[in-house]
Design a protein around this ligand. Structure first.
Ligand code: SF4
Length: 445
């Protein structure tokens, strides 16, 4: 038997915030076992790389990380463990191709981490992908700054967008039981902002409770004293109903912000993408949300360069942005993924054209965002302090219309500011993305 309490573990988490939550649960498993945790890879005896494999680019990053960790391995490194989406979907390809990896585990196999490592220390390479020993824990080691955290409320997806590998990697939508999630949230300590994530948060509960349960869950979640506010990411447009709108409007703990990935604006392309909805329907939804929820910020993401998308359709998407006036947007070039239905579609668009269209969309959105931010100049904005930006020599935080890591920031001077607290910041300027200002008590002498 290996005495794991003598081992030091490091975890590299690649990909999205949902993967980050899985990594945090794995860190908790390791901590409970009595092992030492390190964020310095050179000190690790066991290095776990939790991978993403949703896009070509993510797979490339995962493989490069594995190869470089192996090439630069310190004398202390004994085992490399690769977990998550990459082995889950591509174990057949990577088992032989990555001989430097000692242990492979899939997305639902984290519970077998120590069994797999025991076998590996006996001398075998170990493939326990799809062994079905999932990790059940309502505790995590947070890797975010301690005042905000993500809460993953479900895994998998039933939407089957034709460009997306996620349903084939992560399987059908599975909500986590509400009681478990409430217990997990209660155990996070004092959290200024809890960010709900899933491939689609609006579908929460249908598989478990046979009806939409997100509103019920939000009502219970926001009763927890340690959770000061809740932000929603990944809302599927046609799942947003009146009950959810009313809850966001009336519940003071829910941030007046919704992330609604629309992916495209043109009906023909949306149909090819197997996205439910239409240009007109999306504009009506945005209008209804704005009418219903005062000051609501809406973020979205769009894909351009989908097979057969014409220049005119991209221009129409620009017009849609001018009409919708969304608060924040991310634009991505379509990625042709083997195994997705859209891989076989005719009319694949050259890479250079896709990049040019992304640039065009960003230029349009930049004008819209600038006009939006102009409205805050010489006004006071409530900002959640995320900490100190040492490069700029000031504090950094976010207004309610910005989620961490994906939206703009507020850089501000203050006599003092504490991470996780809210401050009134007088905005003096912006650069079209970030804002700059100072608290009233700041004295520049
Ligand atoms: S909603 Fe579509 S894009 Fe998002 S995870 Fe599901 S299938 Fe993929």
């Amino acid at each position: 038997m290996i005495d794991f309490t003598q081992k030091t573990f490091g975890v590299i988490s690649l990909g999205c915030d949902k993967n980050r939550v899985d990594s945090e649960k794995m860190l908790q498993l390791i901590r409970v076992k009595g092992c030492t945790l390190t964020d310095d890879e050179e000190q690790a005896n066991v290095l776990i790389i939790n991978t993403c494999a949703f896009l070509n680019q993510a797979r490339k990053e995962a493989i490069e990380t594995i190869v470089s960790c192996s090439a630069e391995r310190s004398d202390k490194l004994e085992k490399i463990v690769v977990t998550g989406c990459l082995p889950q979907k591509f174990i057949g390809e990577i088992y032989e191709g990555l001989p430097e990896v000692d242990v492979f585990l899939g997305i639902d196999d984290y519970g077998s981490l120590f069994d797999a490592l025991e076998k590996s220390y006996e001398g075998d390479r170990v493939n326990m992908v799809a062994c079905g020993q999932s990790l059940v824990t309502d505790r995590r080691v947070l890797t975010t700054p301690c005042h905000y955290a993500y809460l993953k409320i479900a895994d998998g997806c039933n939407n089957f967008c034709t460009y997306c590998l996620i349903p084939s990697i992560r399987g059908r939508y599975r909500s986590y039981p509400m009681e478990d999630l409430l217990s997990e949230a209660a155990g996070l300590g004092e959290i200024s902002e809890l960010i709900l994530v899933a491939q689609d948060v609006t579908r929460y509960g249908i598989d478990l409770y046979e009806k939409k349960y997100l509103v019920n869950f939000l009502k219970n979640l926001t009763k927890l004293d340690n959770i000061k506010s809740v932000r929603l990411l990944y809302c599927y447009p046609d799942m947003i109903d009146d009950e959810l709108i009313a809850e966001i409007r009336d519940n003071p703990k829910i941030v007046k912000y919704m992330d609604i990935p629309l992916q495209h604006s043109e009906d023909r392309v949306l149909k090819l993408m197997n996205r439910r909805g239409s240009r007109q329907g999306y504009l009506e939804l945005i209008e209804k949300l704005r009418q219903s929820i005062d000051g609501l910020a809406i973020r979205s993401t769009f894909i351009t360069g989908f097979p057969s998308e014409t220049e005119e359709e991209c221009d129409s998407m620009c017009d849609f942005l001018r009409l919708a006036k969304l608060t924040n947007c991310g634009f991505f070039a379509y990625s042709r993924e083997v195994g997705t239905p859209s891989y076989k579609l005719k009319g694949q668009i050259p890479y250079g054209v896709k990049r040019r269209r992304v640039k065009k969309l960003y230029e349009v959105q930049s004008e819209i965002s600038s006009a939006y931010l102009d409205g805050f100049i010489n006004k006071s904005v409530k900002v959640l302090c995320d900490g100190i930006d040492y490069d700029r020599g000031c504090f950094v935080g976010r207004a309610y219309f910005s989620a961490p890591e994906i939206d703009g920031k507020v850089y501000f001077n203050a006599a003092d500011a504490v991470q996780g607290e809210w401050y009134e910041v007088n905005i003096v300027s912006h650069d079209g993305y970030d804002m700059f200002g100072a608290t009233g008590d700041y004295c520049d002498e």
